[in-house]
Design a protein around this ligand. Structure first.
Ligand code: GLU
Length: 366
Protein backbone atom coordinates (compact mmCIF):
# COMPACT_ATOMS: atom_id res chain seq x y z
CA UNK A 1 0.00 0.00 0.00
CA UNK A 2 1.41 3.32 -0.96
CA UNK A 3 1.42 6.11 1.56
CA UNK A 4 1.10 9.20 -0.57
CA UNK A 5 0.97 12.19 1.71
CA UNK A 6 -0.58 15.46 0.63
CA UNK A 7 0.70 18.56 2.36
CA UNK A 8 -0.32 22.19 2.17
CA UNK A 9 1.28 24.40 -0.43
CA UNK A 10 2.97 27.30 1.28
CA UNK A 11 5.52 28.82 -1.01
CA UNK A 12 4.38 28.96 -4.59
CA UNK A 13 1.35 30.45 -6.24
CA UNK A 14 0.99 27.48 -8.60
CA UNK A 15 1.87 24.45 -6.64
CA UNK A 16 0.65 21.43 -4.84
CA UNK A 17 2.90 19.61 -2.48
CA UNK A 18 2.98 15.90 -2.07
CA UNK A 19 5.31 13.53 -0.39
CA UNK A 20 6.26 10.09 -1.56
CA UNK A 21 6.80 8.81 1.92
CA UNK A 22 7.56 5.53 3.59
CA UNK A 23 5.80 2.88 1.61
CA UNK A 24 4.97 -0.44 3.20
CA UNK A 25 7.15 -2.06 0.55
CA UNK A 26 10.63 -2.48 2.08
CA UNK A 27 12.17 -1.30 -1.18
CA UNK A 28 10.61 2.10 -0.67
CA UNK A 29 11.03 2.49 3.06
CA UNK A 30 12.16 5.70 4.63
CA UNK A 31 15.45 4.23 5.75
CA UNK A 32 18.38 3.76 3.44
CA UNK A 33 20.01 0.68 4.94
CA UNK A 34 20.16 -1.71 7.84
CA UNK A 35 21.70 0.99 10.07
CA UNK A 36 18.38 2.80 9.80
CA UNK A 37 20.00 5.93 8.42
CA UNK A 38 17.61 8.70 7.47
CA UNK A 39 17.18 9.11 3.74
CA UNK A 40 18.16 12.40 2.09
CA UNK A 41 15.28 14.78 1.43
CA UNK A 42 14.65 15.81 -2.16
CA UNK A 43 12.19 18.40 -3.46
CA UNK A 44 11.00 17.87 -7.03
CA UNK A 45 10.00 21.11 -8.75
CA UNK A 46 7.92 20.20 -11.80
CA UNK A 47 7.78 22.64 -14.72
CA UNK A 48 6.39 20.52 -17.60
CA UNK A 49 8.02 19.22 -20.80
CA UNK A 50 7.75 15.90 -22.56
CA UNK A 51 8.51 14.12 -19.31
CA UNK A 52 5.10 15.42 -18.18
CA UNK A 53 3.51 14.64 -21.53
CA UNK A 54 1.04 12.00 -22.56
CA UNK A 55 0.75 10.38 -25.96
CA UNK A 56 -1.85 11.94 -28.25
CA UNK A 57 -3.86 10.14 -30.91
CA UNK A 58 -3.32 12.80 -33.60
CA UNK A 59 -0.32 10.96 -35.03
CA UNK A 60 1.95 8.02 -34.24
CA UNK A 61 4.40 10.39 -32.58
CA UNK A 62 2.03 13.12 -31.37
CA UNK A 63 1.80 14.09 -27.73
CA UNK A 64 0.92 17.01 -25.50
CA UNK A 65 3.71 18.45 -23.35
CA UNK A 66 3.05 19.29 -19.73
CA UNK A 67 -0.09 17.33 -18.86
CA UNK A 68 0.96 15.33 -15.83
CA UNK A 69 2.04 16.70 -12.47
CA UNK A 70 5.29 16.05 -10.66
CA UNK A 71 3.46 13.94 -8.13
CA UNK A 72 1.98 11.76 -10.90
CA UNK A 73 5.45 11.33 -12.43
CA UNK A 74 6.87 10.06 -9.16
CA UNK A 75 4.13 7.46 -8.86
CA UNK A 76 5.31 5.99 -12.19
CA UNK A 77 8.80 5.22 -10.87
CA UNK A 78 8.89 2.07 -8.78
CA UNK A 79 11.75 2.05 -6.27
CA UNK A 80 12.44 5.79 -6.37
CA UNK A 81 11.64 6.03 -2.66
CA UNK A 82 14.71 3.99 -1.78
CA UNK A 83 16.94 6.96 -2.68
CA UNK A 84 15.17 9.74 -0.85
CA UNK A 85 12.13 11.12 0.86
CA UNK A 86 10.62 13.11 -1.97
CA UNK A 87 8.29 16.07 -2.00
CA UNK A 88 6.83 17.37 -5.28
CA UNK A 89 5.74 20.92 -6.06
CA UNK A 90 4.19 22.11 -9.30
CA UNK A 91 5.86 25.32 -10.46
CA UNK A 92 4.41 25.38 -13.99
CA UNK A 93 3.30 22.88 -16.60
CA UNK A 94 4.61 24.15 -19.93
CA UNK A 95 6.57 22.89 -22.89
CA UNK A 96 9.99 24.43 -22.38
CA UNK A 97 9.58 26.52 -25.55
CA UNK A 98 7.34 28.59 -23.24
CA UNK A 99 9.90 28.85 -20.44
CA UNK A 100 10.25 32.49 -19.37
CA UNK A 101 11.81 34.89 -16.88
CA UNK A 102 8.81 34.57 -14.55
CA UNK A 103 9.27 30.80 -14.13
CA UNK A 104 13.05 31.18 -13.92
CA UNK A 105 12.80 33.73 -11.12
CA UNK A 106 10.24 31.59 -9.31
CA UNK A 107 12.55 28.55 -9.52
CA UNK A 108 15.59 30.51 -8.33
CA UNK A 109 13.69 32.04 -5.41
CA UNK A 110 12.18 28.74 -4.30
CA UNK A 111 15.47 26.81 -4.54
CA UNK A 112 17.35 29.44 -2.52
CA UNK A 113 14.55 29.28 0.04
CA UNK A 114 14.62 25.46 0.20
CA UNK A 115 18.35 25.43 0.97
CA UNK A 116 18.33 28.52 3.22
CA UNK A 117 15.59 26.97 5.35
CA UNK A 118 17.20 23.52 5.29
CA UNK A 119 14.08 21.99 3.74
CA UNK A 120 15.98 19.52 1.54
CA UNK A 121 19.40 18.10 0.70
CA UNK A 122 18.87 18.37 -3.04
CA UNK A 123 16.42 19.56 -5.68
CA UNK A 124 15.25 17.90 -8.90
CA UNK A 125 13.60 19.98 -11.62
CA UNK A 126 11.54 18.24 -14.29
CA UNK A 127 11.78 20.28 -17.49
CA UNK A 128 11.41 20.07 -21.27
CA UNK A 129 14.64 19.33 -23.08
CA UNK A 130 14.32 22.10 -25.69
CA UNK A 131 15.49 24.91 -23.41
CA UNK A 132 16.80 22.89 -20.49
CA UNK A 133 20.35 24.07 -21.13
CA UNK A 134 19.27 27.70 -20.75
CA UNK A 135 17.39 27.15 -17.48
CA UNK A 136 20.24 25.05 -16.09
CA UNK A 137 22.84 27.67 -17.06
CA UNK A 138 20.70 30.49 -15.66
CA UNK A 139 20.31 28.68 -12.32
CA UNK A 140 24.00 27.81 -12.18
CA UNK A 141 24.74 31.52 -12.39
CA UNK A 142 22.23 32.80 -9.86
CA UNK A 143 21.67 30.24 -7.11
CA UNK A 144 23.23 31.03 -3.73
CA UNK A 145 24.06 27.45 -2.80
CA UNK A 146 26.19 24.78 -4.46
CA UNK A 147 23.98 21.98 -3.17
CA UNK A 148 22.78 19.60 -5.89
CA UNK A 149 20.07 20.83 -8.24
CA UNK A 150 19.41 18.30 -11.00
CA UNK A 151 17.39 19.10 -14.11
CA UNK A 152 15.84 16.15 -15.89
CA UNK A 153 13.52 15.55 -18.82
CA UNK A 154 12.67 12.95 -21.39
CA UNK A 155 12.45 12.63 -25.13
CA UNK A 156 9.47 10.29 -25.10
CA UNK A 157 6.21 11.03 -23.32
CA UNK A 158 4.74 8.78 -20.68
CA UNK A 159 2.88 5.70 -21.76
CA UNK A 160 4.72 5.08 -25.07
CA UNK A 161 6.98 2.13 -25.83
CA UNK A 162 10.45 2.88 -24.48
CA UNK A 163 9.42 5.93 -22.47
CA UNK A 164 12.65 7.31 -21.01
CA UNK A 165 11.10 9.60 -18.39
CA UNK A 166 10.79 7.18 -15.46
CA UNK A 167 14.42 6.00 -15.62
CA UNK A 168 15.70 9.54 -16.12
CA UNK A 169 13.71 10.72 -13.10
CA UNK A 170 14.93 7.81 -10.99
CA UNK A 171 18.54 8.63 -11.87
CA UNK A 172 18.02 12.36 -11.29
CA UNK A 173 16.77 11.69 -7.76
CA UNK A 174 19.63 9.24 -7.22
CA UNK A 175 22.17 11.92 -8.25
CA UNK A 176 20.51 14.73 -6.27
CA UNK A 177 20.42 12.52 -3.16
CA UNK A 178 24.00 11.28 -3.43
CA UNK A 179 26.65 12.60 -1.00
CA UNK A 180 28.99 12.60 -4.04
CA UNK A 181 26.90 15.40 -5.53
CA UNK A 182 27.27 17.82 -2.63
CA UNK A 183 29.11 20.96 -3.78
CA UNK A 184 28.44 20.33 -7.46
CA UNK A 185 25.52 22.71 -7.77
CA UNK A 186 23.39 22.58 -10.90
CA UNK A 187 23.60 19.47 -13.10
CA UNK A 188 21.56 17.84 -15.83
CA UNK A 189 20.83 14.10 -15.84
CA UNK A 190 19.60 12.45 -19.03
CA UNK A 191 20.12 9.05 -20.59
CA UNK A 192 22.53 7.73 -17.93
CA UNK A 193 24.84 10.75 -18.09
CA UNK A 194 25.47 13.75 -15.85
CA UNK A 195 26.32 17.14 -17.37
CA UNK A 196 27.52 20.57 -16.32
CA UNK A 197 25.20 23.29 -17.67
CA UNK A 198 28.20 25.22 -19.00
CA UNK A 199 28.93 22.50 -21.56
CA UNK A 200 25.58 20.86 -22.15
CA UNK A 201 23.50 21.34 -25.28
CA UNK A 202 20.64 19.65 -27.11
CA UNK A 203 22.09 18.03 -30.22
CA UNK A 204 19.32 15.91 -31.74
CA UNK A 205 15.64 16.72 -32.30
CA UNK A 206 14.29 13.26 -31.47
CA UNK A 207 16.92 10.85 -30.15
CA UNK A 208 17.06 9.93 -26.45
CA UNK A 209 20.79 10.56 -26.75
CA UNK A 210 20.34 14.25 -27.37
CA UNK A 211 21.73 16.15 -24.40
CA UNK A 212 25.50 16.07 -24.79
CA UNK A 213 28.50 18.18 -23.79
CA UNK A 214 30.36 18.20 -27.11
CA UNK A 215 33.35 20.29 -26.00
CA UNK A 216 33.96 18.66 -22.64
CA UNK A 217 32.09 15.38 -22.28
CA UNK A 218 29.85 14.46 -19.37
CA UNK A 219 30.84 15.12 -15.77
CA UNK A 220 29.65 11.70 -14.77
CA UNK A 221 27.66 8.55 -15.42
CA UNK A 222 24.72 7.14 -13.57
CA UNK A 223 22.70 3.96 -13.61
CA UNK A 224 20.16 2.75 -11.08
CA UNK A 225 22.94 1.10 -9.05
CA UNK A 226 25.87 3.50 -9.23
CA UNK A 227 27.15 7.03 -9.85
CA UNK A 228 30.60 7.75 -11.28
CA UNK A 229 31.77 11.34 -11.52
CA UNK A 230 34.73 11.74 -13.86
CA UNK A 231 35.44 15.37 -12.92
CA UNK A 232 36.32 16.75 -9.49
CA UNK A 233 34.25 19.31 -7.60
CA UNK A 234 36.11 22.37 -8.81
CA UNK A 235 34.27 25.45 -7.76
CA UNK A 236 32.45 26.21 -4.56
CA UNK A 237 32.03 29.93 -5.17
CA UNK A 238 28.65 31.49 -4.79
CA UNK A 239 27.19 33.05 -7.88
CA UNK A 240 28.33 36.62 -8.46
CA UNK A 241 25.04 37.68 -10.07
CA UNK A 242 21.85 38.91 -8.49
CA UNK A 243 18.42 39.03 -10.07
CA UNK A 244 16.84 42.36 -10.97
CA UNK A 245 14.03 43.38 -8.66
CA UNK A 246 11.87 44.18 -11.69
CA UNK A 247 11.41 40.43 -12.21
CA UNK A 248 12.61 40.53 -15.81
CA UNK A 249 15.98 40.26 -17.47
CA UNK A 250 17.06 42.91 -19.99
CA UNK A 251 16.33 42.31 -23.64
CA UNK A 252 19.13 40.55 -25.51
CA UNK A 253 18.44 39.36 -29.06
CA UNK A 254 20.08 36.52 -30.95
CA UNK A 255 20.74 37.21 -34.64
CA UNK A 256 21.38 34.16 -36.83
CA UNK A 257 24.02 34.70 -39.51
CA UNK A 258 23.83 33.23 -43.02
CA UNK A 259 25.21 33.73 -46.49
CA UNK A 260 24.07 36.88 -48.32
CA UNK A 261 23.41 38.56 -44.96
CA UNK A 262 22.58 42.25 -44.79
CA UNK A 263 22.42 44.59 -41.79
CA UNK A 264 18.66 44.52 -41.32
CA UNK A 265 18.34 41.99 -38.48
CA UNK A 266 20.96 43.77 -36.41
CA UNK A 267 19.45 47.19 -37.14
CA UNK A 268 16.04 45.82 -36.11
CA UNK A 269 17.42 44.58 -32.80
CA UNK A 270 18.86 48.05 -32.15
CA UNK A 271 15.57 49.73 -33.12
CA UNK A 272 13.71 47.33 -30.81
CA UNK A 273 15.84 48.61 -27.93
CA UNK A 274 17.87 45.45 -27.33
CA UNK A 275 20.49 46.07 -24.65
CA UNK A 276 22.62 43.28 -26.03
CA UNK A 277 22.96 41.37 -29.31
CA UNK A 278 24.39 37.87 -29.59
CA UNK A 279 25.41 36.86 -33.08
CA UNK A 280 25.01 33.20 -33.97
CA UNK A 281 27.78 33.72 -36.47
CA UNK A 282 29.05 31.43 -39.18
CA UNK A 283 32.17 29.44 -38.32
CA UNK A 284 34.24 31.23 -35.70
CA UNK A 285 31.47 33.77 -35.07
CA UNK A 286 31.76 35.62 -38.37
CA UNK A 287 29.25 37.67 -40.36
CA UNK A 288 29.16 39.56 -43.70
CA UNK A 289 30.79 42.98 -44.03
CA UNK A 290 27.39 44.69 -43.96
CA UNK A 291 26.40 42.89 -40.75
CA UNK A 292 29.80 43.60 -39.22
CA UNK A 293 29.38 47.32 -39.84
CA UNK A 294 25.95 47.18 -38.17
CA UNK A 295 27.46 45.36 -35.18
CA UNK A 296 30.12 48.07 -34.88
CA UNK A 297 27.43 50.77 -34.92
CA UNK A 298 25.56 48.92 -32.17
CA UNK A 299 28.68 48.51 -30.02
CA UNK A 300 29.42 52.25 -30.35
CA UNK A 301 25.93 52.95 -28.94
CA UNK A 302 26.83 50.96 -25.80
CA UNK A 303 24.92 47.82 -26.78
CA UNK A 304 26.78 44.69 -25.68
CA UNK A 305 27.70 42.77 -28.86
CA UNK A 306 28.76 39.14 -28.44
CA UNK A 307 30.07 36.95 -31.24
CA UNK A 308 28.98 33.32 -30.81
CA UNK A 309 28.67 30.62 -33.45
CA UNK A 310 25.87 28.73 -35.14
CA UNK A 311 28.24 25.72 -35.28
CA UNK A 312 27.43 23.29 -32.49
CA UNK A 313 30.92 22.60 -31.21
CA UNK A 314 34.21 24.39 -30.72
CA UNK A 315 35.15 27.82 -29.39
CA UNK A 316 34.76 31.35 -30.72
CA UNK A 317 38.11 33.03 -30.12
CA UNK A 318 38.94 36.74 -30.00
CA UNK A 319 40.60 38.63 -32.83
CA UNK A 320 40.74 35.87 -35.44
CA UNK A 321 38.95 37.17 -38.57
CA UNK A 322 37.38 40.06 -36.66
CA UNK A 323 39.27 42.71 -34.69
CA UNK A 324 37.28 42.46 -31.47
CA UNK A 325 39.59 44.86 -29.64
CA UNK A 326 38.99 47.60 -32.18
CA UNK A 327 35.29 46.95 -32.70
CA UNK A 328 34.37 46.58 -29.02
CA UNK A 329 33.01 43.04 -29.33
CA UNK A 330 33.00 40.09 -26.98
CA UNK A 331 33.88 36.54 -28.09
CA UNK A 332 31.61 33.88 -26.58
CA UNK A 333 34.37 31.25 -26.31
CA UNK A 334 32.62 27.95 -25.46
CA UNK A 335 29.16 29.38 -24.87
CA UNK A 336 26.63 28.75 -27.62
CA UNK A 337 24.32 31.61 -28.64
CA UNK A 338 21.46 30.67 -26.29
CA UNK A 339 23.73 30.46 -23.25
CA UNK A 340 25.72 33.54 -24.33
CA UNK A 341 22.37 35.34 -24.33
CA UNK A 342 21.60 34.28 -20.74
CA UNK A 343 25.01 35.37 -19.47
CA UNK A 344 24.78 38.69 -21.34
CA UNK A 345 21.36 39.32 -19.77
CA UNK A 346 22.70 38.61 -16.28
CA UNK A 347 25.75 40.81 -16.82
CA UNK A 348 23.71 43.76 -18.09
CA UNK A 349 21.25 43.29 -15.20
CA UNK A 350 24.24 43.53 -12.86
CA UNK A 351 25.64 46.66 -14.49
CA UNK A 352 28.48 44.91 -16.33
CA UNK A 353 28.47 46.25 -19.88
CA UNK A 354 31.97 47.28 -20.94
CA UNK A 355 33.44 44.83 -23.47
CA UNK A 356 36.50 44.09 -21.31
CA UNK A 357 34.44 43.26 -18.23
CA UNK A 358 31.90 41.24 -20.21
CA UNK A 359 34.74 39.30 -21.86
CA UNK A 360 36.23 38.62 -18.43
CA UNK A 361 32.92 37.11 -17.30
CA UNK A 362 32.72 34.92 -20.40
CA UNK A 363 36.26 33.71 -19.75
CA UNK A 364 35.55 32.78 -16.12
CA UNK A 365 35.28 29.05 -15.62
CA UNK A 366 32.30 29.47 -13.29
N1 GLU B 1 9.00 21.09 -26.67
C1 GLU B 1 9.00 20.21 -25.56
C2 GLU B 1 9.75 20.81 -24.38
O1 GLU B 1 10.84 21.27 -24.47
C3 GLU B 1 9.46 18.90 -25.98
C4 GLU B 1 10.88 18.55 -25.78
C5 GLU B 1 11.10 17.77 -24.53
O2 GLU B 1 10.58 18.02 -23.48
O3 GLU B 1 11.86 16.84 -24.63
O4 GLU B 1 9.20 20.84 -23.32
Amino acid sequence: MSALLVAACVALPVCSTFAVAAESNADQSNTVNSQNKKLPRIVVLATGGTISGTADARSAIGYNSGERTGQQLLKDVPGIGKFATITAEQVSNVGSQDMNDGIWFQLAKRIDEIFDRGEADGVVITHGTDTMEETAFFLKNVLHSRRPVVLVGSMRPGGVVGADGPNNLLEAVEVAASPQSQGRGVMVVMNDTIHDPRWLTKTNTTSVQTLLSPNAGPTGFVDPASIRFVTPVTDSRQSPYTLPAAGQLPRVDIVYAHSNMDASQIDHAVADNAKGIVIAGVGDGDVSKAALAAMERAAKMGIVVVRASRVGTGFVNRNVEVDDDKSGFVASLDLNPQKARVLTQLLIANGITTPAKVQQAFSATY
